[in-house]
Each structure stands twice: as structure tokens, then as C-alpha cells.
Design a protein around this ligand. Structure first.
Ligand code: FES
Ligand SMILES: [Fe+2]
Length: 402
């Protein structure tokens, strides 16, 4: 990805640092209606649209061997990832095709085949129905159509994504330049080193917005992030399909790695020392890229005013042994930063529901937020969004790079 090369990035950040006024390459950004953050009808439209988007599922390390499985239960969808004997990772509904019993109750494990604990129907690891106790009670033709329900699953290296829409564009086409950027960090050679889940009492977009800009850094993180990251020297790329990147100049390199010598992806070390590179992938995830490892945050809506934030850390695979304690410390430091962001979210949610605050104002360096909202209306269908809740399509997919 051209914009993630060292010199263009350095020049673009410097240009932003020297900017004295609202950039002339950007249109005026109208207010975003507050109802988009709290209206139950709008939330339903969003959730329906989200099921046509690519969503993060699991990392390959979650199911390392044939027969390993991992449950996934976001957006009210009970799913099960399974690695088959052919080593392929598949995603099924965790729903027995007899009367809908849950096939597994534990979060993860390993089985030779998948059998329902209620009446003992069993399925092969590729989802095919394998056994039915007292088979004589069923019509054979009915049983021919009772394999597990499969959900579309595609991957970028060890990162497995799902989409409930069989007609959606392929994962790599949807991610486009974001996939190119991520590939620089070698996701095929990554390992999963930690997973945490936080609950925040606010709409998922309020929580997501908090990490879609660095304008807040000097005020919310004066002791940690602000010492290292220069929020006034930042370059944003608004990309197709609602995705975006933001690179912010580092005042000093290696700001958050505990001073320990970690294995690195050498090809991106110069970029990692120059800038904090955040990648937002529509609809609900952000990565802050580093050569020594990176956190992926998935913002999962629970209802219109509750969010679960899933934080997964990935690191380059290496033969050098590393202690869990090290990665626990890295994850704890990062979560400490996130909690500084999230402590304001409940108050912002109340502002949206109060009726006093009719809309929010977005500045130039927060434009990734506006870009995401525009994409959301396009995915819902602009005509389906009530007029008072729509955002005006002013950025549209313009490549507004600075
Ligand atoms: S519900 Fe699974 S075997 Fe009956
Ligand atoms: Fe923050």
C-alpha cells in the first residue's frame, strides 16, 4: 500500500503538522444526528446490514488441530468454528438439525466428531450428518437435508472472518488496500497471544469512535499515549467500503513495548518507529499496527446502548520462547489506555438520549467517523434510513488523503 511507505507517510504527517486551517481538500462535514446512537429502529437497520459485512471470527490458533472447535456468539448468532481432518477451518451454526439443540456448550475443545448431547445425532467435522439414533423413526429423504448449517468463512493468513451473506463480495475484495496493509505485517505468520472482553454501557459506535481519532489523546491520555504520539501530525486515508487508516507521528519510537526485545516483522520496523498506524475496518474493528505485535479490537453491539469490546493481541510467530506474563503485561497496559477512553462513553450515551444534543460535530482529523457513517447508510440503503437520521453523503468514497 503506497501510503504506508516510509517517505510518503513522513511527508504527509509533516504536511498535517504545518496545516493552519480546515483542509481545502475536504468538504464541510454536517452534524451526525444523535439518534443514530440510540434509536432502536436505526439499531435494527444497522444490525441487519451488519450481517452482510465481513466480521472477525477467530484466529487459527483458536482451533490448532483437526477436531478443535471454538464457539462464537456475537450479534445473537450461535456459531461454531471447527478445524476439519483436511485442516480447513469451517464455520457452522452451533445448532443441531434435529430440534435445534446446542451442539457444544463449552467455549472450546476438541472432538472426533460433533454430537448433540440431547438425542445423540452426530456430524462429521465437515458438517455432514453422520449418525441418527433410532433412525427408523425418520423419513430418509428428510435426513438427506440435515447437514449442519454452514456460514461463509474466508481468511487473511491466520485471521478467519465470516459473512452471513453468500452474495457479499469476497473478503479480500472488500478489504482491498486494508488487506494489502495487513499483509505487510504477515498475518499468515502470526500467533494469538491474548484475548480480553470488556463491557461498555454505550452504543458500539460511541465506543468505536473513541478509537477512530487521536484528537483526544492529549486530554484523555496525558500520562501515557500523549508522551509518545503527536496528534497534530497525522495522516488519514479514507478507503473504499468504509475502511480507513490513520498514521500519527511518534515523538519517540517504541513507546509501548515494555522495553523487552521481542521478535519483529523486519519489513515494517521503520514504519513502526516512525508512526502509530491504526487501521479501521468497516464495520466494527480497529488494529493499531506494530512490527512486534498488534491488538485487534472488535466492537460488538449487544443492544443500542451496550457494547462488548473484544481485544485480541497477535504477535509474529517465533522460535524464541516468550512468557505469558510478558503478553499479559502488554495487554494490561493497553486495556488501561482503553479504559481511559471508555470512562466517558456512558456520559456521551446519555447525551444522545437526553434530547438536548441533536447531533455531534466532526472535525477534520475525526473524518474517519463520518466516513464510517456514510458507508453505513449506503449498506443499509439510503432510502431505508429515516430522513432525520441520515448523514449527507459528502465524502462518498473520495480518496481524501492528507
Ligand atoms: S436436538 Fe440434537 S439430537 Fe435432538
Ligand atoms: Fe484513546
Amino acid at each position: 500500500m503506497e501510503s504506508l511507505k516510509f517517505q510518503p507517510l513522513q511527508a504527509a504527517m509533516q504536511q498535517d503538522a504545518e496545516r493552519k486551517a480546515f483542509p481545502d481538500y475536504l468538504p464541510h462535514l454536517p452534524e451526525i444526528p444523535a439518534g443514530r446512537y440510540c434509536d432502536p429502529g436505526f439499531f435494527k437497520l444497522e444490525m441487519a446490514a451488519m450481517k452482510h459485512s465481513w466480521l472477525f471470527g477467530i484466529h487459527g490458533d483458536d482451533v490448532p488441530q483437526p477436531g478443535c472447535y471454538k464457539r462464537w456468539e456475537q450479534l445473537g448468532q450461535p456459531l461454531l468454528f471447527v478445524r476439519g481432518n483436511d485442516h480447513k477451518v469451517r464455520c457452522f451454526y452451533n445448532i443441531c438439525r434435529h430440534r435445534g439443540g446446542p451442539l457444544v456448550l463449552d467455549d472450546k475443545g476438541q472432538k472426533r466428531n460433533i454430537s448433540c448431547p440431547i438425542h445423540g445425532w452426530s456430524y462429521r467435522l465437515d458438517g455432514e450428518l453422520a449418525g441418527v439414533p433410532e433412525r427408523r423413526d425418520f423419513n430418509e429423504a428428510d435426513l438427506q437435508r440435515r447437514s449442519l448449517l454452514e456460514v461463509r468463512c474466508e481468511n487473511l493468513g491466520e485471521m478467519y472472518f465470516i459473512n452471513f451473506d453468500d452474495k457479499a463480495m469476497p473478503l479480500l475484495d472488500d478489504l482491498g488496500p486494508v488487506a494489502d496493509a495487513w499483509m505487510l505485517y504477515q498475518p499468515e505468520n502470526s500467533r494469538l497471544v491474548s484475548r480480553h472482553m470488556l463491557t461498555v454501557p454505550a452504543n458500539y459506535k460511541i465506543v468505536l469512535d473513541a478509537n477512530l481519532e487521536v484528537y483526544h489523546v492529549n486530554f484523555v491520555h496525558p500520562e501515557i499515549v500523549a508522551k509518545f504520539l503527536d496528534s497534530s501530525a497525522s495522516t488519514i486515508n479514507l478507503l473504499p467500503n468504509g475502511h480507513s487508516t490513520q498514521a500519527s507521528r511518534l515523538r519517540q519510537a517504541e513507546w509501548n513495548e515494555s522495553g523487552i526485545d521481542l521478535p519483529r516483522v523486519a519489513e515494517v520496523t521503520d514504519i513502526s518507529r516512525l508512526a502509530n498506524v491504526a487501521v479501521h475496518m468497516y464495520p466494527n474493528r480497529i488494529i493499531a499496527m506494530n512490527d512486534w505485535g498488534y491488538p485487534l479490537q472488535n466492537y460488538w453491539p449487544v443492544d443500542e446502548h451496550t457494547t462488548q469490546v473484544e481485544v485480541l493481541w497477535f504477535a509474529p510467530r517465533s522460535d524464541v520462547p516468550q512468557s505469558d506474563a510478558l503478553w499479559n503485561e502488554v495487554a494490561a497496559t493497553f486495556i488501561n489506555v482503553l479504559e481511559q477512553d471508555y470512562k466517558f462513553c456512558a456520559g456521551m450515551q446519555t447525551a444522545m438520549t437526553s434530547g438536548a444534543n441533536r447531533g455531534v460535530l466532526i472535525g477534520a482529523q475525526e473524518r474517519s467517523i463520518y466516513h464510517m457513517h456514510e458507508e453505513m447508510d449506503r449498506r443499509i440503503g439510503i432510502d431505508l434510513v429515516p430522513a432525520h437520521l441520515r448523514v449527507r453523503q459528502v465524502l462518498n468514497q473520495r480518496q481524501a488523503a492528507a
